[in-house]
Design a protein. Structure first.
Length: 203
């Protein structure tokens, strides 16, 4: 039995399951789907409901796969995509440190998932039980590449959706009304929701 890998899988995978179900169902003190969707909308991840469902399913599903040791490279790629999206949309502008709302925790989670993709889930795991324990540097790089592509696609889709929405009549120009430049309470709440969901509280 590989105790270290088992603990890593259970801790990281289990936390991702928790974050995903916070978004989808409001479990573990989460905001639930409606509030998460509103927060995603205000962060520019539009349509918010679709992106909230995608992020919740990716985190809960990817975390479950990682914890079970099933299709580990796939799980690593899905979780990497969600963390890269969180970094791009929420944490990058705040620098690396968690104390400032930065992205260090997201990077640690990406590194843990990719480490498991390279080392393999070990025993006990469903991959090992099936005799299909795909692992190695090639699988880790493939998971990283797939995760990066997924994050780029998610951000591009959100950008196209935001550009397709016509401004409301009488609305301020876009440059003056983005969440980054308008210090209103709603965007602040939205950013806090996504930050909790992506940083220990992990699309």
């Amino acid at each position: 039995m590989k105790i270290g890998r088992l603990l890593l899988r259970l801790v990281v995978g289990g936390l991702f399951v928790g974050h995903g179900t916070q978004k989808l169902f409001g479990w573990f003190g989460g905001q639930g789907l409606d509030a998460t969707a509103q927060g995603f909308d205000q962060l520019g991840l539009r349509p918010g409901r679709r992106n909230a469902i995608a992020a919740g399913v990716a985190e809960a599903g990817g975390g479950a796969l990682l914890a079970a040791g099933l299709e580990t490279p796939l799980a690593a790629s899905v979780l990497t995509a969600t963390m890269l999206t969180a970094i791009r949309r929420v944490h990058a502008k705040k620098g690396p440190w968690l104390s400032n709302g930065g992205y260090e925790y997201n990077v640690v989670l990406i590194a843990a998932a990719l480490a498991l993709a390279e080392a393999g889930p070990g025993r006990p795991s469903l991959d090992a039980a099936r005799g299909r324990e795909r692992c190695g540097s090639g699988w880790a790089l493939a998971a990283l590449g797939a995760g990066a592509v997924g994050a780029i696609a998610a951000n591009a889709s959100a950008t196209r959706a935001a550009e397709a929405v016509p401004p409301a009549r009488g609305a301020q120009p876009a440059a003056a009304s983005t969440t980054a430049s308008r210090p209103t309470e709603a965007p602040a709440r939205a950013e806090a929701q996504v930050q909790r969901a992506s940083q220990g509280s992990a699309a």
